[in-house]
Design a protein around this ligand. Sequence first.
Ligand code: GCV
Length: 849
Amino acid sequence: MRRFHLLHMAVYGALLFLGLGAKCARAETGADAWLRYLPLEKNAARKYARLPASVVALGDSPVLGSAKSELIRGIRGMLARPLREENSLPHESAIILGTVSALQTAAPTFLEHVDFHGDGFLLATVQLHGVAYFVVTSTSERGVLYGVFALLSRIARGESVSALRETQQPEAPIRWVDQWDNLDGRIERGYAGASIFFENGNVRADLTRAADYARLLASVGINGCAINNVNANPHVLEDSFLPQLARVADVFRPWGVQLSISVDLSSPKVIGGLDTFDPADPNVAEWWKKKVNDIYRLIPDFAGVVVKADSEGRLGPATYARTPADAAKVIARALAPHGGIVFYRAFVYNHHLDWRDPTNDRAKAAYDIFNPLDGKFDDNVIIQIKHGPIDFQVREPVSPLFSGLEKTNEAIELQVTQEYTGQQRHLCFLPPMWKEVLDFDMHAGERRTPVKDIVAGKTFHRPFGGFVAVVNVGMDANWLGHPLAMANLYGYGRLAWNPDLDSTAIAEEWARLSFGNDPAVVQTIAAMLLASWPIYESYTGPLGAGTLTDILGSHFGPGVESSERNGWGQWHRADHHGIGMDRTAATGSGYVDQYRAPVAKMYESLDSTPDELLLFFHHVPYTHVLHSGKTVIQQIYDSHYAGAEAAARLVQQWESLKGQVDEERYQAVLRRLEYQAGHAIVWRDAVCNWFFQISGIVDQHRRVGHYSGRIEAEAMYLEDYLPFEVVPRETASGGKAVECAPPAEKCSAAFRFDGAAGRYEMDVEYFDQSNGKSKFRVLVSDQVVDEWIADDRLPATKPGGDSSTRRRIFGLVLRPGDHIRIEGVPDGEEHAALDYVEIHALPEGSTRP
Ligand code: GCV
């Protein structure tokens, strides 16, 4: 066996050498993301034969050093050519990297005119004294680095670079990411392992990943990163901690990424020894000033701070009856002499709202608090506004605050980490959602005023503004957990650079860079990405009702009722008769009036509210007929069934790429998609059953509550397994499951197969918690047909919608009367709980193993 393996490896190696194995070459962890620089096929490489053989960087700053080494690395990888390094402008063709001013010093006639500024760049072939140079230039060194990445991206995607003249200008100066990393190394809403910055209360000794992250960020034009949780630990500002932060800034600097931190407003009191943190107190102002000066002494290019205050238990200016403008000012004034910025988050709301009062509405909070303060913030303050008025739900309208601030800088906050959109367990490509937001016309002026123009500072002529995304990469090799989730980070960077790009172009670009230029691969991956947000929406929370997840816990699995009858204000107000939040001015909370008149008018009326946001704005009976002609309740049923079917098709689409992409990522993606397909059914059943129970209206197609081939665990012949009620009940089939609780050490659930002889696939629905590693075994007539350990890292410590997981056993040959037994061995708090089994005949001619 082993000898065969070695022989196989040798033949495979030879094939690779001959260039025949290029398609499914080396295994990849995903760590290289979209910067793989794999050798291009011969024909493709030929296109770049005339690219100069040497490079010169006009300057020796760390950023230019990165630009040069990146170029050498990329060209060597993709074209198998070493680039010779020159120290000064050679008299023969070369690639020149330098700022406009360095170019002008080297040769005043190099550039005739410059139509870019800031981080914008030019890639061009320029003739000088009869020599053709390839120039990468910008007014900033960072722009030169961005130009190099753009050039390498063109080559990786097989685009021509000859006779090129391409100028790119970023839309806005602010293109940032936030990480919600805690100092102990955990990440709030992070789904890909531990922090790349912190460990056990300190900055990590080894910051290699942080440097690699900065390189990735720079490659898509991101220029700032706040590295710690907005629920900030005041300790981050202690004198002893600042040198540690400086180490992170040092690894960011060569990539033009500026360091920022989140700060806790109570710091002057908690770590500063003052008896107050009142922003109006001169001692507090003095404290911030000194602290900021100390930071700049260690980190001269420090970017500024992010503030979350008076929100979700964080202390803030409200403690002293002061406003966010008062609080922002005290820090902004300390930062201003150094060019630093304050990002003050508009995510300020009361999470103890009285849910009985129909005029209460969390969606109104940001506008109510910040609109009256318009014009009261200093010029180096930016109000960071989540794209929707609630909290990164699968669908929300655009926040009305974007058009509620005319004399204040704004940035839009997006979320790459998929907190409410499947936590990187589910595929959900978000650029199409972000595009809808960015292109939405707020009607805040005489001409179109899309959100993208407002946040870029164009509409109201603001000095600063732009884009922020919460990313939360972790130590997992592939950064975000799901290899395809990196399309969201890439897409965010591309849109922050140029929000006019379209989602299809972004998806295709990313697929090319991440998986190669094979058209079938690119088209398949792009199609999967583009379909994924509507798919996720359809089996979670359609019609604008919110994600319908467990909002009090993980924000992952179904939990329809968790949003109701509590102070968090994520209400959908479903009852026996209808569903939806009435936010109209006429009969509801009045939220719609926060929009400019044309937008308010559209949402005020049932007729002109688009179906996909209906329940966000209106409370309607289940029998209300949508624009599509369906009733609300039937749409809920239908979309959940269609969504689960579409999720299953994603698996098939991916399977068509077997052998076309490297096996390691192929398997990693396949595992996630299979999980998603199973979990989509958990979602479908939970949501449909909940609405069926509460509305009493049957599904026209009789699917809800009827599951062909399903055998409930509690109906099986049980040995030591005991039935129990799952809470909430809709998160288990029939509301019940069985568990193997102590003192039992091994349990079994068995039944007789009563179908016809044939080949089947069998799904075993069990509960995989994070607090144990139970073992399962499936036997057919005493032969083991499958066994596994429930050791996934799901966000669950009890049986329910977060832990419900499907194991699919393919190609089972069954005969009538076969005895099927599932054995469970519990571990720790996890009791090998089992929900049901579903057996389906494999279609005639199926090629499944
Ligand atoms: C960092 C939501 C998340 C919190 C997050 C908060 C915020 O409520 O669930 O984890 O806190 O948003 O954006 O501040």
